[in-house]
Design a protein around this ligand. Sequence first.
Ligand code: C2O
Length: 565
Amino acid sequence: AAVVEHTFVVHEMNQTHLCNTTKIYVVNGQLPGPTIDVTDGDTVVVHVKNHLPHGLTIHWHGVRQIMSCWSDGAGFVTECPIPPGGEHTYRFNVTGQVGTLWWHAHVTCLRATVAGALVIRPKGNKYPFPTPAKDVPIIIGEWWELDLVELDRRMHDGNFDDNPLSATINGKLGDLSNCSGVPEESFVLDVARGETYLLRIINTALFSEYYFKVAGHTLTVVGADGNYLTPYKTDMVTVAPGEAIDVLMVADAKPAHYHMVALANQPPEPDPQIPGFVSRGLVRYAGVPNNNNGMPVPTPLMPNQHNTMPSFYFHNNLTGLAHPDRHRVPMHVDERLFVTLGLGSICRNGSKTSCKRRRSNETIVVATMNNVSFHHPTKASLLESYYDGKPNKTLYTEDFPDNPPHPYNYTDRALIPPGPLEEALEPTFKSTKLRRFKYNASIEIVFQSTALLQSDSNPMHLHGYDFFVLAQGIGNFNPRTDPKKFNYHNPQLRNTVQVPRTGWAAVRFIADNPGVWYLHCHFEFHIIMGMATAFIVENGPTPETSLPPPPPEFKRCGANGLTRP
Ligand code: C2O
């Protein structure tokens, strides 16, 4: 196995789209950022140099980080941010994961542009499907005219009215014209007739799930989140923020040009007026002239952007491709968590007692898991504090609540209080409540979306683990009947599960990787609103099953200079 080394210089850069110039944040001048391309079993070393005027961390999204939690890169969860002018080396091994993962900044909203693909190839290039002629990352993102640091500040202030201007495919807007009528550049995929292409579709967007299609072509889904799937033929792929979906596309259509389209799936309520974000790219067969022989370029027929059901069906139809070593579904459960995803309100002044919550200028809407809203630490890292054995109660507590097991209609629309949400939601508090698991415990989590979040699905992402997705459903999870639908035979192994709008999803995993692991919705505004927690996984009985001390190049919080992002 090889050691693959990269240097990432993260800096500001000006970019002009639609006649306006915006300051963006990029790695080595590239948007999307550089692809890390490795083989199963390799070691990845990335030297990150922070040339930004604020703190930075990079997270290796989906990398299991076995016994290397120190390199997970979750700001203030596993490390303090790299200060301006500072640098930090991440070192980790990728073994047993094959397919597409990615990396992104894990402080503020920087991940909208500080992101790129992490491709893990099978040993000897042996795929369980025909070897593609070529593989291409298709990174679906958004173009924000607003400075991302400013966007983050506004969201922390409780202002969630900002929208991106366009979707992007590999950084290209591709469907809009600027003020003088000049079209924005499109992403172009050049193909040769008869060849097979592996498209590595990653959603790096802050705000939206996307529908993706290529006119005139069928797609075969073969993997997701660095694990193989049972080949699934479809004309449309759905990709939620945090997900990475591998599809094969055979260039078997009549040689011509075809549009590919990424369309944001916008919730039906409460904001049906949200504009549709779309980016259009081009699939261009070799030998076809630029004018496409005078023919119009076919565009795929997209679903209604406010219809969320195609997303549910897509995710529900996927199954895993059994892998002898990795595909042992835990059949018993040691700890069962039922986690509701909802909203609440807190006092703007931070007070726990005195705010008059009926006045909207005094309260902020927050997102919750089991009715608590996660307070993200800003001064020290949870992992260091835990590892040092001085759990600091002002930093975190280990009492992430269980949901009371009373029967409750979570998805009843009557739960939505009338009037402005700021005034009507139940009050809650910001706190850093974690959950601790014994080494090797078998964990089941059922995520339940509630009517309070009627408009949103929730791509829940767990650091440091893949979990089996046993079932998904619309409506309320029924603990008596729904477990009968669990797929123990060939469930998908994922690091992100799209919990359907007004529905639920059940996952299981074995807590065999010690450390402190962030769990959160991958919608950026939901993270900022507090839809998050972290799991502490204890060491096992032997040195091999225990988290080693921080590597020599790991900079402790004080040493990092502790910059507020
Ligand atoms: Cu890509 Cu904590 O996430």
